[in-house]
Write a protein that binds this ligand. Structure first.
Ligand code: ATP
Ligand code: MG
Ligand code: MG
Length: 549
């Protein structure tokens, strides 16, 4: 791999190691909330966190940030673990923020005892009103002056379940005049009488993100806690808790999240697409989820490659989805075996080819890779070719088949178009052609050169397949734009199903996930919907970027 310069987080880590910070120990974490499947934005965070640990002889924890009982589910936990492993990474420990609930509760008691936290009676609305604005200071609510004893008692009773949801909160007592709104007595705990996917009904108070995330980092002695830019204003609070609780000094660093155009990248929105049936599931091949991309035919290495190319930035920006496609195309060009598949078939009869003769032809599997070997193709009198490879009244620049026009059948012979047969509606049902016996590929003595080469399959040998072609899920480059609901930008033509394509019979032996280049048609991968009787292919990506910029 090529040398690249250090990104800013690697620079920080190298400086820390040089200065003996934490004795040069590096421990990162990937902290997903188990409220949905991972998307490619998460892959960026995974590659960064696990990549740092690999590079600096450290470790990475997988920590489920499961402090919100309402949205979380064990199904998501399993899918997240599966996706991280598929991306090629293994965590040092599998941990759950919910396992720290007792410890975090004790941290809250410590703050109350230091006079740095109080139980608030005010409603969310009243709290907001008292918070002031970025240019005017907030004002204290009556609860702010409660005694330590009263706070300890009320907080215990919150835990005991004596209050209803929303009736009380626990707030840090910091600075109502701070220019940073996050420092204006942020909420630490809220009451939620809800079942938690791991702790069950043990708790009815749950810590807020800011009072769970950093604390979990400290408990695990994470050295570098890497998050996205929107957490920059939370950092003073992160550091304040560490100082006041005198706990392990994890350090937070922020980088720009990965954004892709023509898609959405929020679990909440992706979940709506699933629940409202716009896609078939979290792993629908149109989804920007890891599982969707995998099903579409993306490799883990192509996703890691995208993350490397995007780099680690300090400013938000949007990556073109074309870059992701470039990464998989480059890889599959080197690794995918070539086969022939006819997606929009029309019958072609070679009138001067002997009836009943079947020739075995040899075809290279991958011109980019000699070790890929070759395979046998069956050639016969009746073939299928693509409908678009024949033109009844060809234009001047048309170098494929037409009446009197010659074209080469890949790995086989030169043929010449003769006539057609049509149905009552005028659609061509059969094309008749003749072949030049001396033009066989590999031993051509015809002396002719033709401009076009087309793919084909032998009608009697071909296997039927269902082929699914995908387009962008959204018609807008930025479906997150504020002016309309993101769902109004859904592309109604994002999926095109071809129920009966014809493919080389060798493909009947392909396994789910196998990847191929269908000559001239793109890269395809075998979908898990495939059965013994019907193989289903997803188009991963076209051969060239056909999308207008
Ligand atoms: P979403 O809004 O999609 O739910 P999230 O940040 O709430 O994203 P988490 O499960 O909390 O999702 O994310 C786990 C980790 O992945 C966090 O450290 C988060 O910063 C990181 N992450 C999430 N989305 C992206 C992204 N688009 N680019 C880079 N990192 C991301
Ligand atoms: Mg989050
Ligand atoms: Mg989220």
């Amino acid at each position: 791999s090529e040398e690249r310069s250090l990104n800013f987080i690697e620079q920080i880590v190298e400086e820390d190691i040089a200065n003996g910070v934490n004795n040069g120990r590096v421990l990162t974490r990937f902290p997903p909330e188990p409220n949905g499947y991972l998307h490619i934005g998460h892959a960026k965070s995974i590659v960064l966190n696990f990549g740092l640990a690999q590079k600096y002889n450290g470790k990475t924890n997988l920590r489920f940030d499961d402090t919100n009982p309402v949205t979380e589910d064990t199904e998501y936990v399993e899918s997240i673990k599966n996706d991280i492993r598929w991306l090629g990474f293994e965590w040092a420990a599998e941990l759950y923020a919910s396992d720290y609930f007792e410890q975090i509760y004790q941290f809250a008691i410590t703050l109350i005892k230091k006079g740095l936290a109080y139980v608030e009676d005010a409603t969310a609305e009243e709290i907001a009103k008292h918070k002031g604005t970025p240019t005017t200071p907030g004002t204290p609510t009556p609860s702010r002056s409660r005694s330590v004893e009263e706070n300890l008692d009320l907080f215990q009773r919150m835990r005991n379940g004596e209050f209803k949801d929303g009736e009380k909160t626990l707030r840090a007592k910091i600075d109502l005049a701070s220019p940073n709104m996050h420092m204006r007595d942020p909420i630490l705990y809220r009451i939620k009488h809800a079942h938690h996917h791991r702790t069950g009904d043990k708790w009815c108070i749950y810590p807020m993100y800011d009072f769970a995330h950093g604390q979990s980092d400290s408990i695990e002695e994470i050295t570098h806690s890497i998050c996205t830019l929107e957490f920059i204003p939370h950092r003073p609070l992160y550091d304040w808790f560490i100082k006041e609780l005198e706990i392990f000094p994890s350090r937070q660093y922020e980088f720009a999240r990965l954004n892709l155009n023509y898609t959405v990248m929020s679990k909440r929105k992706l979940k709506l697409l699933v629940e409202e049936g716009f896609v078939k599931g979290w792993d629908d091949p149109r989804m920007p989820t890891i599982s969707g991309l995998r099903r579409r035919g993306y490799t883990a290495s192509s996703i890691r490659e995208l993350c490397e190319r995007v780099g680690v930035q300090k400013r938000d920006h949007v990556i073109e989805i074309g870059l992701l496609e470039f990464c998989i195309r480059e890889e599959l060009n080197k690794t995918a075996n070539r086969v022939m598949a006819v997606l929009d078939p029309v019958k072609l009869v070679i009138t001067n080819y002997p009836d009943g003769l079947v020739e075995e032809l040899t075809a290279d599997n991958n011109p980019e890779d000699e070790s890929a070997g070759s395979r046998t193709l069956h050639f016969s009198k009746t073939l299928y070719i693509e409908r678009e490879d024949f033109m009844e009244n060809p234009t001047k620049k048309y170098f494929r088949l037409g009446p009197g026009l010659m074209v080469r059948l890949k790995n086989a012979y030169i043929i010449k178009g003769e006539s057609v047969e049509k149905d009552a509606d005028g659609n061509i049902t059969t094309i008749y052609a003749t072949y030049l016996p001396e033009s066989k590929s590999g031993g051509d003595t015809s002396g002719l050169t033709v401009k076009g080469t087309i793919h084909w399959v032998s009608a009697e040998h071909a296997a039927k397949a269902e082929v699914r072609l995908y387009d962008r899920l959204f018609t807008s480059e930025n479906p997150n734009a504020e002016e309309a609901d993101f769902r109004t930008f859904l592309n109604p033509d994002s999926l095109q199903v071809i129920p009966e394509a014809y493919v080389e019979p060798s493909l009947l032996e392909a396994k789910v996930g196998d990847r191929f280049q269908f000559l001239r048609k793109g890269y395809f991968s075998v979908d898990p919907d495939s059965t013994k009787d019907k193989i289903v292919f997803n188009r991963t990506v076209t051969l060239k970027d056909t999308w207008a910029k």
